[in-house]
Write a protein that binds this ligand. Structure first.
Ligand SMILES: [Zn+2]
Length: 74
């Protein structure tokens, strides 16, 4: 019984670790706001959470671009 719980905990831990590493890698690789231009709507990246949002719907505060009011407030 204890072994099963330990295995489950280790699996969860490894999964969490992989997600955290992936998150920080994506944050590191895309640290500055960029504008992506293409055929579709122009997407800009939120400086807080990294979400790509259509340019028309973003929130701007100074030079920073946010995906939502929530991110702009934080
Ligand atoms: Zn955001």
């Amino acid at each position: 019984m204890g072994t099963i719980i330990r295995t489950l905990l280790l699996t969860a831990l490894f999964y969490l670790l992989a997600r955290v590493v992936q998150y920080f890698l994506s944050r590191f690789l895309t640290s500055s706001p960029k504008v992506e231009e293409g055929d579709g709507p122009i997407l800009v990246q939120c400086v807080k959470c990294g979400t790509w949002t259509p340019k028309e719907t973003v929130f701007k505060r100074g030079e920073h671009i946010y995906c939502s009011e929530n991110c702009a407030a934080g």
